[in-house]
Structure formats: structure tokens, C-alpha cells
Design a protein around this ligand. Structure first.
Ligand code: CAA
Ligand code: NAI
Length: 246
């Protein structure tokens, strides 16, 4: 049990990579909070986790809305009394070529993928400071590290979170808090289903490991960075991408 009795908030925990992480964390003994916008999936997945013996809670949240985030954090503390781990995993895409990208699509992605991470981390950190211990993981992306066709908004946000992670690692290290990023490559979830098949085939051909990532590949990296196994790791970007763009 690598997370015994730890309380972990996983944003975007109702689907895809976040859901896989919730299942893995629960198996490792954590009390998991699925903090997600998707009420239907969130409630169902938390029920399923509980039916399998886990301690799990769904809280609906829009990470782009500070009030909603404060409410989610208050519900977590009310239920479990502390927060040990924050996985900033919620994210969206609104892909378009630069010349076709609307102001609205640019703003939506920045609001969720960049500002949302700021909101959640700022709301959670006081509880970690109180305990002089905490683990914060932020989901970046191969697109934030290397750029990607059609992703001006998304790449900006995913590069931006790396800057925040490094700043927070410097600010919060003295408080006993580790802050790291995971940069997944193309991973087989609903998010990738918008990518044209031709583009997927071209991409897979450039990946040394010759396949898309699976949600569990990324969840295992979250687990490492959330557990005591990574106690001397902070401010890093862990690339989990099959070696794409090396
Ligand atoms: N890499 C390389 N080339 C790409 C590309 C990509 N990711 N996406 C599009 N292209 C190429 C197309 O193959 C096409 O080439 P040709 O002109 O030679 O046929 C050209 O760019 C124009 O593409 P479209 O005809 O599709 O242009 P469009 O305006 O109709 O659509 C688009 C543009 C919305 C960006 C669409 O191409 C698209 O969805 N592309 C995929 C973008 C992408 O990779 N998104 C990642 C989503 S998953 C994710 O975000 C997770 C993560 O962190 C990686
Ligand atoms: P997904 O679409 O399956 O899951 C994203 C989850 O975030 C959903 O449950 C959704 O309801 C939730 N969400 C979206 N907006 C929200 C908001 N405003 N507030 C609260 N929850 C919200 O996507 P996936 O693939 O599981 O993505 C997880 C993370 O991994 C995202 O940050 C994504 O950008 C990142 N990522 C994904 C890659 C991939 O190829 N799938 C590659 C690199 C990074």
C-alpha cells in the first residue's frame, strides 16, 4: 500500500487518465476524491469504486471557476479532514489551426488547463502547509513541451503549467511540498478521438515504442510522484510518451 490513508484529490477523475489514477490510488489505500465537471460519470465511477471497497467521493467542480474550486476543497476537508495529494489532471482541447482559432476557444482552454491548475493548487496548498507535507502533480503534455499542429491554445496552457510547477517547487519545497509535472504523449482516451486517423497513424510511426499510451501508463507516473518513492523529486517534468520527439 503506497498511499495508505492518504487523501487524494484527482481533478478530471471521472474519465480517461484521471479515472484510471483514481482506481490505482484506491488500490494503494488512498481515499480518493473524483473532482470533475461530469456529474453523471463522476457519480457513477465513485459508486463503482465504493462497491469495490474503496473510500471514494465525487464532488462536482468546474476548475475554471474559483468559487466552485473552493467549494470542492471545503467538501473534501469536511469529509476527510486533510489533503495529502492533488493531481491537477482535468483538461480540455479546442483544436484549430492558428488562423481559424476563435478568441473563445483560446480563452476556454486557458481558463481550464492553466487558470484551473492555479485555482486548485492555490486552494489546496494551505492544507498541505498545515501538515508540512504534500504532493502536487500537474498534467502537462507533449504538446506543451514540443508544440503541436492545431493546438496554439492547448500548447500555451500546457507549457504554462510547467512554469508554474517550477515556481511552486521553489516556493513550497521549504514547506515539505513536492510539485512535479507529468507530460504524457498521445494516450488512448476520448481526448485523442478528435485527432484524424491519418494523423494518428503518422504519429504512431514516430514513436519508438510504436503505440499510443494507455491511461494506466500515465496513472503509474502519477502514483510515483504522489507516493513517498519520489520524496527527493521536485520541479521535474516526467515524460511518459513512448519516446516521441526524442
Ligand atoms: N500533426 C501533424 N500534422 C497535422 C496534425 C498533427 N497533429 N494535425 C493536422 N495535421 C495536418 C493534416 O494532416 C493536414 O495535412 P494535409 O494538408 O497534408 O492533408 C493539415 O495539417 C491540415 O489539417 P486539416 O485538413 O485537418 O485542417 P482542419 O482545419 O480541417 O483541422 C485540426 C485542423 C482541427 C487541427 C485537425 O487537423 C486536428 O484535429 N488535428 C489534430 C490536432 C492534434 O494533434 N490534437 C491533439 C489532440 S489529443 C491531445 O491534445 C492530448 C495531448 O496532450 C497530445
Ligand atoms: P478526458 O477527456 O478523458 O478526461 C478529462 C476529464 O476532465 C473529464 O472527466 C472532464 O469531465 C474533466 N474536465 C474537463 N473540464 C473540466 C473542468 N472545467 N472542471 C473539472 N473537470 C473538467 O481526457 P484525458 O485524456 O483523460 O486527459 C487527462 C489529462 O491529460 C488532461 O489534462 C489532458 O490535457 C492530459 N493529456 C492527455 C493526453 C492524451 O493523449 N489523452 C496527452 C497529454 C496530456
Amino acid at each position: 500500500m503506497r498511499l495508505e490513508n492518504k487523501v487524494a484529490i484527482i481533478t478530471g477523475g471521472a474519465n480517461g487518465i484521471g479515472l484510471e489514477a483514481a482506481k490505482l490510488f484506491a488500490k494503494e489505500g488512498a481515499k480518493v476524491v473524483l473532482a470533475d465537471y461530469d456529474e453523471e460519470q463522476g457519480a457513477k465511477q465513485a459508486d463503482d469504486l465504493r462497491a469495490n471497497g474503496a473510500d471514494a467521493l465525487f464532488v462536482q467542480v468546474n476548475v475554471a471557476d474559483r468559487e466552485s474550486v473552493d467549494n470542492m476543497v471545503a467538501k473534501t476537508v469536511n469529509m476527510y479532514g486533510k489533503i495529502d495529494i492533488l493531481i491537477n489532471n482535468a483538461g480540455i482541447t479546442r483544436d484549430a489551426m492558428l488562423t481559424k482559432m476563435t478568441q473563445e476557444n483560446f480563452k476556454q482552454v486557458i481558463d481550464v488547463n492553466l487558470t484551473g491548475v492555479f485555482h486548485c493548487t492555490q486552494a489546496v496548498v494551505p492544507y498541505m502547509v498545515e501538515n508540512r507535507k504534500g504532493k502536487i502533480v500537474v498534467t502537462s503534455s507533449v504538446s506543451g513541451v514540443y508544440g503541436n499542429v492545431g493546438q496554439t491554445n492547448y500548447a500555451a496552457a500546457k507549457a504554462g503549467v510547467i512554469g508554474m510547477v517550477k515556481s511552486w517547487a521553489k516556493e513550497l519545497g521549504r514547506k515539505g511540498i513536492n510539485v512535479n509535472a507529468v507530460a504524457p504523449g498521445f494516450t488512448d482516451t476520448a481526448m485523442v478521438q478528435t485527432v484524424p486517423e491519418k494523423v494518428i497513424q503518422q504519429l504512431v510511426a514516430t514513436i519508438p515504442l510504436q503505440r499510443l499510451g494507455k491511461p494506466e501508463d500515465i496513472a503509474k507516473a502519477y502514483l510515483y510522484l504522489a507516493s513517498d518513492d519520489s520524496n527527493y523529486v521536485t520541479g521535474t517534468v516526467l515524460h511518459v510518451d513512448g519516446g516521441i520527439m526524442m
